[in-house]
Design a binder for this molecule. Structure first.
Ligand code: ADP
Ligand code: MG
Length: 695
């Protein structure tokens, strides 16, 4: 395989553009992409025709506006390129108008009350900053999705707006530091994706996996991840073939698929691409998740993207590595070589630290979902508390600045911290802290609270906007400063003094941290409804509106969609459990109870002195568990009805306080029953069969 030849071969990228478009149009397109200029509508027809010709030459027959509605996945509607020629035949056509704007009647997509069905039309608008591509004989055009009134109904629009907000504020800071050569700031993201692969045959025997994407019942297997033998373990042939095909398909689509390895839990894996511009990274992550699922099927496996497919072992997350760089190639989160560039670095660093502290709740909300509630705080996952890890060296630097003391980095030279000379910062030599939810890792931050199925757009939007907000505060102060260096020093020192509570280098999984964090006043929003109750706090509304990222109406609609989604998912899980328990599991337990009872009776008839303690003890335990399960079923049914009857606002609390506890009770009784029930009777494959199914 010639990797360099296939890479991007299905993308209408610069190379394809140069082949199909005159150079002045390519240049115009590049200005649109790099500088956010508008494309002259007259050129749109030329671009559309070129795209169509290129796509048809590659075997495409259809085009589709591809967008990312509030469902969190992607949406598409296909139109063929054909047009009647008036003589009974067809020609192929694709106009600039069709490229720029689509009008899907997308009334069935979530709008959070923004759109009544009678005014159902929404429209999709071409996002020229992300390249069009071909998949399944269709030309995909990345688009933003809005209501007719212009309110955004997707995850892409706020992300693009947040990029603009951050670029604007970062440029103000860069100007203050005299970076005259810089004309743009890029936001870079690399999203590491975790997933499970299980055997398709075992999967198809589990209604919970099919309906809910995760197991709702299942006793722990004798062996889970205790031996740490899966992490970085050698990759099974079947998985290897899957990875090869996945890489190839992703490369064709210009996705920089790079690092692949086994993860901690049996059957768990990770794929990390090389980082790229945030909105492209977001598109690419969506493509990656879609291809993983499709390609796994071709190999007789199913890819699980749920954040907690199995209880008792690690769930799957998604780490987003985030940084900013100039269009001249300077990473703004990379410590520089001179004190002056370091002052700039420290300012960007402190802006991020302050952003996390000021907007802990917004960050937490950005990862809130019913699925991720199963994971945050469990096993490997960071807790629901935000904190920032920057390593010992940087902590010492910041503390020295704050206290105006000398900074000495161990064996390294003594560095003076003063008004005129900010220290040289040694490259990070400390160990990584794997438990931190927001860790500085040398030249980027890694946000680790996302669930594996989430779109990265929400979290990236919050990080971008929150950092833009802090940079704006700094720029407002520094632009009118009469003593730049002194004020700069002051800003950094003040930020450290006021936001040091968010810096934490210890074990974030420990119970002590939870207690300490509470003392420090850090927020600890454990569930999605808890988190969402803060989404429309005045502070958050101001953050998004003042930076032009979301209007108040848009923010409120998003909150409604997220709450609604939480309730729907929880109730689907609950109904799936009820169906499994009532129609398959309880009847199976009943059959086994009958069997045991029959045997006990038979034994007694043969000889009353025979020991039937196995039968009677198992019977007693099973009958007790069956009775507990029956109570839990009744409780779950009642709570589900209560949630259905509740108002939109209170339904989420009913789900959290009544439905979920009843689900846990039912699961506990049934999982305990599974452990003592004849396997032949049990209707579903167990955890060992599921997790070790791929050979
Ligand atoms: P890890 O040890 O966590 O796997 P890596 O260095 O392999 O860390 O990087 C993980 C991800 O971070 C990759 O997607 C990588 O491309 C991305 N990454 C590396 N440098 C940057 C950066 N400056 N900005 C954003 N992402 C980055
Ligand atoms: Mg990694």
């Amino acid at each position: 395989m010639d990797i360099t030849a296939i890479f991007g071969s299905m993308v209408f990228d610069e190379k394809a553009m140069r082949q199909y478009l005159p150079s002045e149009v390519v240049n115009a397109m590049q200005n649109v992409q790099k500088l956010g200029e508008r494309l002259d509508p007259e050129l749109a027809d030329t671009v559309a025709t070129a795209m169509k010709d290129w796509a048809i030459a590659k075997g495409a027959t259809h085009y589709s506006h591809w967008f990312q509605p509030m469902t969190g996945t992607t949406a598409e509607k296909h139109d063929s390129f054909i047009m009647p020629d008036g003589h009974g035949g067809v020609i192929t056509a694709f106009s600039g108008k069709e490229l720029i704007k689509g009008e899907p009647d997308a009334s069935s997509l979530p709008s959070g009350g923004l759109r009544a069905t009678f005014e159902a039309r929404g429209y999709t608008a071409w996002d020229p900053t992300s390249f069009a591509f071909i998949k399944d004989k269709t030309l995909y055009i990345p688009t933003a999705f809005c209501a007719y009134g212009g309110e955004s109904l997707d995850k892409k629009t706020p992300l693009l707006r947040s990029m603009e907000a951050l670029q604007k504020q970062a440029m103000r800071i860069l100007k203050l530091f005299g970076n005259e050569d810089v004309s743009g700031v890029r936001i870079n993201v690399g999203a590491e994706q975790e997933y499970f692969l299980i055997d398709e045959k075992e999967y198809s025997r589990r209604p919970d996996l099919i309906i809910s994407g995760h197991t709702l019942f299942g006793a722990n297997a004798p062996k889970g991840q205790e031996l740490d033998d899966h992490y970085f373990g050698n990759i099974k042939p079947c998985v290897k073939q899957f990875m090869e095909e996945l890489d190839e398909e992703l490369w064709k689509l210009g996705v920089l698929a790079k690092t692949e390895h086994n993860e901690t839990a049996p059957g768990q894996h990770e794929l990390a691409p090389v980082y790229t511009t945030v909105n492209v990274a977001c598109d690419h992550n969506q493509l990656m998740m879609e291809l993983m699922q499709n390609i796994a099927r071709r190999h007789g496996m199913v890819c699980l993207l749920h954040e907690k497919p199995f209880s008792g072992i690690n769930g799957s997350g998604k780490h987003i590595n985030w940084s900013m760089s100039t269009d001249t190639g300077v990473n703004l989160l990379s410590p520089g070589d001179t004190p002056y560039t370091n002052a700039q670095f420290l300012l960007f660093l402190t802006a991020v630290i302050r952003a996390v502290d000021d907007y802990q709740d917004a960050l937490r909300i950005s990862v809130a979902s019913a699925g991720n509630d199963n994971r945050l705080g469990a096993c490997e996952a960071p807790p629901a508390i935000l904190s920032v890890y920057i390593g010992d060296e940087l902590t010492k630097v910041l503390e020295a600045i704050e206290s105006e003391k000398d900074y000495s980095a161990g064996q390294k030279e003594l560095l003076r911290v003063g008004v005129h000379a900010l220290p040289r910062i040694p490259k990070d030599t400390t160990d990584r802290n794997r438990t931190s939810p927001f860790a500085f890792t040398g030249n980027k931050f890694e946000f680790r609270m996302l669930g594996s199925s989430a779109s990265i757009s929400d979290s990236c939007t919050v990080i971008n906007t929150a950092v833009a907000q802090e940079l704006k505060r700094y720029a407002d102060a520094l632009e009118i400063s009469r003593s730049f260096e002194a004020d700069l020093h002051e800003i950094i020192a003040d930020t450290v003094a006021n936001h040091r509570r968010i810096l934490f280098g210890g074990n974030c999984y420990g119970a002590e941290w939870e207690a300490r964090a509470a003392e420090l006043g850090l927020s600890n929003l454990k569930t999605t409804p808890d988190a969402l109750s803060h989404m429309c706090d005045r502070k958050n509304i101001e953050l998004f509106t003042s930076n032009g990222v979301l209007t108040e109406v848009e923010l409120r609609s998003r909150c409604e969609i997220m709450l609604d989604n939480y309730c729907k998912i929880t109730l689907i899980d609950a109904l799936t459990m009820l169906q499994m328990a009532k129609t398959q599991i309880m009847p199976a337990i009943n059959r086994y109870i009958g069997d045991l009872a029959d045997t006990a009776i038979k034994l007694r008839t043969v000889d009353a002195k025979l020991d039937s303690s196995y039968q009677s003890e198992t019977l007693a335990t099973l009958c007790d568990l069956a009775s507990k399960a029956t109570k839990a079923i009744a409780e779950l049914e009642a709570s589900v009805s209560e949630a259905h009857a509740a108002t939109k606002q209170s339904s989420a609390s009913v789900c959290r306080d009544r439905v979920l506890p009843a689900m846990h009770k039912l699961r506990a009784a049934i999982d305990a029953s599974q452990k003592i029930t004849d396997k032949q009777y049990w209707p579903y494959p167990g955890y060992d069969e599921l997790m070790l199914s791929v050979r």
